[in-house]
Structure formats: structure tokens, C-alpha cells
Design a protein around this ligand. Structure first.
Ligand SMILES: *[C@@H]1O[C@H](CO)[C@@H](O)[C@H](O)[C@H]1NC(C)=O
Ligand SMILES: *[C@@H]1O[C@H](CO)[C@@H](O)[C@H](O)[C@H]1NC(C)=O
Ligand SMILES: *[C@@H]1O[C@H](CO)[C@@H](O)[C@H](O)[C@H]1NC(C)=O
Ligand SMILES: *[C@@H]1O[C@H](CO)[C@@H](O)[C@H](O)[C@H]1NC(C)=O
Ligand SMILES: *[C@@H]1O[C@H](CO)[C@@H](O)[C@H](O)[C@H]1NC(C)=O
Ligand SMILES: *[C@@H]1O[C@H](CO)[C@@H](O)[C@H](O)[C@H]1NC(C)=O
Ligand SMILES: *[C@@H]1O[C@H](CO)[C@@H](O)[C@H](O)[C@H]1NC(C)=O
Ligand SMILES: *[C@@H]1O[C@H](CO)[C@@H](O)[C@H](O)[C@H]1NC(C)=O
Ligand SMILES: *[C@@H]1O[C@H](CO)[C@@H](O)[C@H](O)[C@H]1NC(C)=O
Length: 470
């Protein structure tokens, strides 16, 4: 009798919870101080993630638009034990609802880069590439994803600064951060964090961290900072890897930091992922909020956890089992992990020729883009839109810096575009097989990624595309 009563009450109680378990949304992840929190439970949230872009940028496709491959991969994400994925490029004209629902059902959050290879800030002509058409594409991507509560955040740029001589691009990337944050407010969306994902360039890593988190304009400062860091190789340690130094470097940073790519593969055999023990410990939790392993699928650069067989099947590699073991045996630090709410935003690094060439006066938003604030970005243009040379189309900039065809060829021949893992360390082994030899040949010398690679003309187009994502 008593038991029956209890069960009956429980089933009443259970009803809303059962619903919650298969709800259409996840609790949003909110930021307080320098940490992420689950907005429902109030618990600290550590990113345990994997970077996800099957096909890489050599065969660019939107991984969140294909329900068949999402079904294949979301099951694997669950088995691997991740709570977040990062996607580098989507097609904002596609429907993402099926995949986003599958991820939600699996309690997985998404960090999304808003750029495409041809719609991004150019390293070679950043001022020109920062135009209203580009912003339309960025805002349309925000429109396409803002309603999903499991979007943890957006990256406004990835490794745009990837050398000693690309620091001048930071001004334009920061302007994009500002415009996105203003757009999100103007459209009445949830305050989705906007961040930047940085290459690990020793000469400017601290300057970049400070620059994106400096100045009294809240809208222009990033909400979160991702570092692509491949410094822990094999059986390394907190000291040897340089993690200890980075803890000191970022000690007073006022916003969440996480490893937006990690997983050095310059080791014989499979990767042991012993850095997991350090990342999710209280030696790092006062500053870092977890990270994402590069990367899910095995592409030609050989960083994969699984080999994709076909649309319905993958083969798990030894790296996968090693990472799964680490993720499952290492729990999050207890309590709040020693996060901080008292750090102030950074002070702006000053302009210094040859070292930090980013201006602290951001360019005004191209005035044609302001229409999107009142009416939305309009029709999404997808991934084929090329905006890098459209500066003449910007009504605030009518001086036609260079002709469209001229800037196009210079951009293609030098593999511009907002790039990803052309970071010093990653470029060591990234790339397709055609470009691998030249890239890896130069990369050991190019510790700071400053040395460009001369590639035969026939490969330049490949590099141009390819340089973007991986
Ligand atoms: C959630 O509900 C949908 C539709 O009602 C159903 O198709 C799906 O299988 C459910 N998911 C889980 C994890 O129970
Ligand atoms: C989390 O952020 C959302 C959107 O900004 C806000 O509505 C909500 O109140 C926040 N929740 C908590 C617990 O701070
Ligand atoms: C590119 O991706 C598509 C769709 O996933 C696939 O059908 C095709 O075989 C891939 N091409 C190459 C060269 O890998
Ligand atoms: C961090 O702040 C503390 C206290 O203000 C200060 O002593 C320390 O030098 C700062 N560290 C860095 C790396 O700026
Ligand atoms: C990953 O792909 C690369 C290039 O296709 C291949 O050489 C390598 O053997 C693959 N790695 C594994 C572990 O299968
Ligand atoms: C996909 O690959 C798996 C493993 O090789 C194989 O068993 C399966 O039959 C394949 N499915 C299709 C549809 O080709
Ligand atoms: C910084 O930008 C402002 C406004 O565009 C400009 O007047 C100034 O000359 C720039 N300074 C440098 C060092 O580029
Ligand atoms: C700038 O370029 C556009 C497109 O090529 C052209 O229509 C326009 O007349 C040019 N404006 C000036 C001031 O040269
Ligand atoms: C940076 O310097 C390298 C090597 O000197 C050069 O090849 C590359 O084109 C430069 N990049 C930019 C954006 O100027």
C-alpha cells in the first residue's frame, strides 16, 4: 500500500523529468568570471570535446546538415564520452535541426566557427575582406544556430594570426567579434558567447590573448578564448610540456580559456593522451576549462580518432580507445575548481612594428551591414559565397584599394583566408598528401609559422582551400 503510494507519487514526479531527459533543449552553458557553468545545475562545466569536420577542408562538407552521418557519429561521441564538439565550417543555407536534436539528445554542446574558406578575414588584405557581404554571411550563420540551446559559443575567427607578420589582422577579427555581439543583442538572441581560437605563436601568444580581451568596450572583447596548443607530446608532464608556463601566463585572465585543439601526434605509435590528467585537475582548473582533441576523423594529416568507412560505419583507431580510457578515468576537479570572478579585463598591448601591429582603434562597421540589425541577415548564401575581395562593394570604402582580380590572385597564390591549423605546431603534420611534404619540410624551421611555403602552382589552389580548416 505504502509502496504503491510512493510509486504513484514518484511517477507523478518523474513525468517532468522524463520529459527533460528527452527535451528539445539542453541547459545553456553560461559564463561567470573565468569559467563556464551549467545554467540549470549551477555546476562548473568543463569542455570534454573533440574537433569535428569529416572531410577536412580538402573536401568541405557541412557535418551538421547530414542526418545519416550525424547518426553514425553522435553514437560514437557518446561512447567516447565527450560533451562538446567544435565544427569549423557549416553551410548556413542548410537545415541543421536533425543533427542539433541528436546532439541535444546525447547531451552534447557545439562550438561553431562562423567562417568559410572564402568568407573570412584575409591575412593579405584584412581591411578589404572586412565588408558588409562578409558580415551578412556571418550574421546568417548566427541566425541559423542561435535558437539551439546547445550552442555553447561561436568562434569569430580561427588562427587568423598564425605568424609574426599577421598580427595586423587582429584589428579586423576583433571588429567582427564586436559586430557579432552587437548583432546577437540587436536580434534579441540568447547571449551566446563569442570567442577567438588562437594559434600557438610564441612571439605573440600573450599579446593576442590580451588584445582580444582588452578595452572598455564590452562588445569588442571576446567572451571566451580558445588556444590551439600541441605542446604536450606523448608521455610528457605538466612542466616539460610547457603547460605550467601557460598557467602562469594566463593566471589573471578574466574570461574562460580552453584548449580549442590539442593532441600532439609527433609521437611513435598511438597518442596516449596523458595530458587529460593535467587538464582536468586542480592544477589547471583555476584558469582552463577543458579542451577539444584534434580531431574526430582521420584525414590525410593523420590526427584522427576514427577512420570513416562509409556513411553508416567508422572504425575506431587505437587513439580512440586511449582517449576514451583517459576521459572515463579522469573526473572533473571537485567544487568550483578555483575559478575566479575578480580578474579584470586585460590592458591593451600597444602597437609595435614587427611584433604587434594591431590597432586599438577598431574600424567602424561597414554601414551597409547595419540594416541586418533591424531586419536580420536575410537569405543565407551558403559556402560558395566569396567575400574576401569585395571591398569595393562596401559603401563606406569607395576608394577601390586594388582591383578585384588583382587581389584575388594575390590571395589565392599565397593561401590566404582565415585559416585553422596552419599553426606552427600543427602545420608540422597537417595537410593533404600533396602538400604534406612541403609543409612538414618547412615547419620544423618555422617554429612560429612565419615561414611561408613555396608550393608548385598546381597545388596552390588546394592549399588555399585546405589551409582554411585543418
Ligand atoms: C525523443 O523523442 C523523440 C520524438 O518524440 C523520439 O523520436 C526520440 O527517440 C526520443 N529520444 C530519446 C533519447 O528518447
Ligand atoms: C544564462 O544565460 C541566459 C542567457 O543570457 C540567461 O537568460 C539566464 O538567466 C542565465 N542563467 C543563469 C543561471 O545565470
Ligand atoms: C567528399 O565527400 C563526399 C560526401 O561526403 C564523398 O561522397 C566524396 O567521396 C568525398 N570525396 C573525396 C575525394 O574524398
Ligand atoms: C596576477 O595578479 C597578481 C595579483 O594582482 C600579481 O601579483 C601577478 O603578478 C599577476 N600575474 C600576471 C602574470 O600578470
Ligand atoms: C590516417 O590516414 C592517413 C592518410 O590517409 C594514413 O596514412 C594513416 O595510416 C591513417 N591512420 C590510421 C591510424 O589508420
Ligand atoms: C560500411 O562499412 C562497414 C565496415 O567496412 C561494412 O560492414 C558495411 O557493410 C558498409 N556499409 C555500406 C552501406 O557500405
Ligand atoms: C589606427 O586606426 C586609426 C583609425 O582607423 C587610424 O587613424 C590610425 O592611423 C591607425 N594607427 C595605426 C598605427 O595604424
Ligand atoms: C570601384 O570598383 C567598382 C567595381 O569594380 C566600380 O563599379 C566603381 O566605379 C569603382 N569606384 C571607383 C571610385 O573607382
Ligand atoms: C609573412 O611572411 C612570410 C615569410 O616572409 C611571407 O611569405 C608571407 O607572405 C607573409 N604573410 C603576409 C600576410 O604578409
Amino acid at each position: 500500500m505504502r509502496l504503491g503510494y510512493t510509486l504513484a507519487s514518484l511517477s507523478w514526479l518523474a513525468l517532468p523529468f522524463a520529459k527533460a531527459a528527452n527535451s528539445t533543449s539542453l541547459p545553456t552553458i553560461n559564463i561567470t568570471g573565468n569559467a563556464f557553468f551549467n545554467s540549470e545545475t549551477g555546476e562548473r562545466f568543463y569542455i570534454r570535446g573533440v574537433d569535428y569536420q569529416p572531410g577536412g577542408s580538402s573536401n568541405l562538407s557541412d557535418p551538421l546538415a547530414d542526418a545519416t552521418t550525424c547518426k553514425r557519429d553522435v553514437a560514437v561521441f557518446k561512447d567516447l564520452g565527450v560533451n562538446t564538439i567544435r565544427v569549423y565550417t557549416v553551410d548556413n543555407s542548410q537545415d541543421h535541426s536533425d543533427c542539433m536534436q541528436m546532439l541535444t539528445d546525447a547531451n552534447i554542446y557545439v562550438i561553431l566557427d562562423v567562417n568559410t574558406p572564402d568568407s573570412s578575414i584575409s591575412r593579405y588584405d584584412p581591411a578589404c575582406s572586412y565588408n558588409a557581404d562578409y558580415l551578412q554571411n556571418v550574421f546568417a550563420t548566427v541566425d541559423a544556430f542561435a535558437s539551439y540551446d546547445n550552442v555553447l559559443g561561436f568562434f569569430a575567427g580561427n588562427e587568423v594570426i598564425n605568424s609574426v607578420n599577421t598580427t595586423n589582422t587582429a584589428t579586423y577579427v576583433k571588429a567582427v567579434v564586436r559586430d557579432m555581439k552587437k548583432y546577437i543583442k540587436a536580434r534579441g538572441y540568447r547571449q551566446i558567447p563569442v570567442g577567438y581560437s588562437a594559434a600557438d605563436v610564441s612571439s605573440n601568444r600573450q599579446l593576442a590573448a590580451e588584445y582580444f580581451n582588452c578595452g572598455s568596450d564590452d562588445d569588442a572583447r571576446i567572451d571566451m578564448f580558445g588556444v590551439n596548443d600541441y605542446s604536450w607530446c606523448g608521455q610528457s608532464s605538466f612542466q616539460t610540456s610547457g603547460y605550467a608556463t601557460k598557467m602562469k601566463l594566463y593566471a589573471n585572465y578574466s574570461i574562460p580559456i580552453f584548449l580549442s585543439e590539442f593532441g600532439c601526434n609527433e609521437v611513435p605509435g598511438s597518442r596516449p593522451f596523458t595530458e587529460i590528467t593535467a587538464i582536468y585537475s586542480d592544477r589547471m582548473s583555476s584558469v582552463f576549462s577543458g579542451g577539444l582533441v584534434y580531431e574526430y576523423s582521420n584525414e590525410t594529416n593523420n590526427y584522427g580518432l576514427v577512420q570513416i568507412d562509409n556513411d553508416t560505419s567508422v572504425t575506431k583507431l587505437q587513439d580512440y580507445y586511449n582517449l576514451q580510457k583517459e576521459y572515463s578515468s579522469v573526473s572533473d576537479p571537485s567544487g568550483d575548481g578555483g575559478y575566479s570572478t575578480t580578474n579584470d579585463y586585460s590592458s591593451c598591448p600597444s602597437y609595435e612594428e614587427g611584433t604587434w601591429e594591431a590597432n586599438n582603434t577598431l574600424p567602424a562597421m561597414p554601414s551597409a551591414a547595419s540594416a541586418y540589425f533591424s531586419s536580420g541577415a536575410g537569405e543565407p548564401m551558403g559556402t560558395s559565397l566569396s567575400t574576401q575581395e569585395l571591398c569595393y562593394g562596401d559603401d563606406t570604402n569607395s576608394d577601390n584599394v586594388s582591383s578585384s582580380s588583382e587581389s584575388k590572385s594575390s590571395s589565392a597564390s599565397s593561401s590566404s583566408s582565415s585559416s585553422a591549423a596552419s599553426s606552427s605546431t600543427l602545420s608540422a603534420s597537417s595537410s593533404s598528401s600533396t602538400t604534406a611534404s612541403s609543409t612538414s619540410a618547412s615547419s620544423s624551421k618555422a617554429k612560429d609559422g612565419a615561414h611561408a611555403v613555396r608550393v608548385p602552382l598546381v597545388f596552390q589552389a588546394i592549399v588555399h582551400i585546405w589551409n582554411y580548416v585543418l
